[in-house]
Design a protein around this ligand. Structure first.
Ligand code: NDP
Length: 434
């Protein structure tokens, strides 16, 4: 209780109302203002009749797109539920639970993409269908995002999966935005958070990119090398996510963040519409990079990805081995810490102090930010910042905010040991700078 104050109350209310406006503005700028958010803002600022302008430019719902979206959700839910998978366990929750998961994301991704490829080759499906029906899909996703947010809020209040892992802040707005339940489930198997964080949005990520690439091809007769970088880096990133889905169970999304509108609407709308924004932008504004620029950006992106994966895997690997393992050819080093769960039981954990985790406290974020930069830089032909750079700016804000949230939570969890760790590894992201 008592997480919220007036400021968080105001900010939460603002986020609940502002988020759909924000993504809709991006959509409008791509569709009607030559991909320029500043041009859209200027047009609204200078018009005498903003209301009729909004009405004219709003994305329109369509039955076909709504039906396709509902079928997409049902198909992904079926794959999540029915495909066989490796059994894996999440990290112990503050309430003392260790949830069991059946991990089958890689197979769901492969089956979905295979079906997409077959449908395109057989000419049952226009590969640019998603791009051409983007407005209707966007509206359907927004409606679903809000419905899901209401569902998890009501479920959290009246039928929580685990009462010990539910939090009330005293503010309805904050609870609606940040969530009540940590890991809401339908039955014992269907994990609402893992499904929504992972499946409909992240599986769709590469399909949306491919569809916008097909549209670029249809409009301009070729696919630009900048689009190729975006697709390759996004594919590597999403495949990484699914091949390491049991690692994902140990990340903050699953272990710390409660399921409220931030995740529900974020997974349904924000992820598919904002994380694919480079491909959407390039479909309207193809950028052909010089060969050296192409090679340099691809190499930077792949190098950053390698560091991202290595640092994240190292943490998982050392913790799973309880510190008794080798990294970079040397014995791993870590601080052994105690913490207590809500049931009063004492547990142990490790804070790594070796290799990636000795360079800075969040080297995995540093690598992710460089990768995000490499994903956006190919779009910089017109010199526009918004929306082509939206993904990098968003990641920069999100990961810096996570540093604050994560470190506060670790300080509460590990007390003096966390302070000791901060003395051993004094930098957050870049040694000598921050
Ligand atoms: P981490 O995997 O770094 O998890 C943070 C938690 O790890 C801390 O709260 C703490 O929790 C534990 N921890 C902190 N320091 C150490 C240490 N030295 N040794 C061992 N454990 C430590 O971050 P996230 O879960 O936020 O992100 C995981 C990855 O996903 C990152 O690479 C991030 O960049 C990426 N990401 C990508 C997003 C995207 O939208 N593209 C969004 C969010 C994340 P505890 O001790 O309780 O386990």
């Amino acid at each position: 209780m008592g997480r919220a104050n007036t400021l968080t109350n105001v900010v939460s209310t603002f986020m609940v109302l502002w988020c759909p406006v924000w993504v809709t503005m991006n959509w409008m700028s791509l569709e009607y203002f030559d991909g320029s958010l500043p041009a859209l803002i200027k047009a609204f600022w200078t018009t005498d009749d903003a209301l009729s302008m909004i009405w004219r430019y709003l994305p329109q719902a369509s039955w076909t797109a709504s039906l396709a979206y509902a079928s997409w959700l049902a198909f992904q839910a079926l794959l999540y539920y029915a495909l066989p998978g490796k059994t894996s366990f999440g990290q112990r929750t503050p309430g003392g639970c260790r949830h069991r998961y059946e991990i089958n994301g890689a197979m769901a991704w492969a089956i979905t993409h295979l079906l997409f490829a077959v449908a395109v080759v057989q000419e049952w499906l226009d590969p640019a269908w998603i791009a051409k029906n983007w407005a209707g899909l966007f509206v359907a996703a927004n409606v679903y995002g809000y419905l899901l947010a209401v569902f998890v809020f009501v479920k959290g209040r009246y039928a929580p999966t685990n009462v010990e892992d539910r939090k009330f802040s005293g503010s309805w707005a904050y609870d609606f935005w940040m969530g009540l339940e940590l890991n809401p489930r339908i039955g014992s198997h269907f994990d609402v958070k893992l499904f929504h964080n992972g499946r409909p949005g992240i599986v769709a990520w590469t399909l949306i990119d491919l569809s916008f690439a097909a549209w670029q091809y249809e409009k301009f007769g070729s696919v630009s090398n900048s689009m190729l970088i975006v697709i390759v880096l996004h594919t590597v990133y999403t495949l990484d996510f699914f091949f390491n889905e049991d690692w994902y169970l140990k990340t903050m999304d699953i272990t710390h963040d409660h399921m409220g509108m931030m995740l529900a609407w974020g997974d349904a709308v924000f992820l598919p519409s904002f994380y694919t924004i480079q491909a959407q932008y390039l479909a309207y504004h193809p950028v052909q990079l010089s060969t050296p620029a192409f090679i340099a950006l691809m190499a930077l992106g792949m190098g950053a990805y390698a560091a991202f994966r290595a640092s994240n895997s190292e943490k998982l690997h050392v913790r799973e081995a309880d510190g008794d393992t080798m990294v970079w050819g040397r014995p791993a080093t870590a601080l052994r810490c105690n913490y207590w769960t809500a049931d009063g039981k004492e547990h142990q954990s490790l804070l790594l102090t070796c290799d990636w985790w000795s360079i800075a406290r969040h080297t995995n974020y540093t690598a992710d930010l460089v990768l995000a930069w490499a994903m956006c830089a190919p779009c910089s032909g017109d010199g526009l910042v918004l929306p082509p750079w939206t993904y990098f700016i968003f990641q920069f804000v999100l990961l810096n905010h996570r540093i604050i949230r994560g470190e506060e939570s670790c300080r509460n969890k590990y007390g003096e040991k966390w302070e000791e760790y901060c003395e051993i590894v004094p930098w957050r992201l870049i040694p000598g700078i921050y």
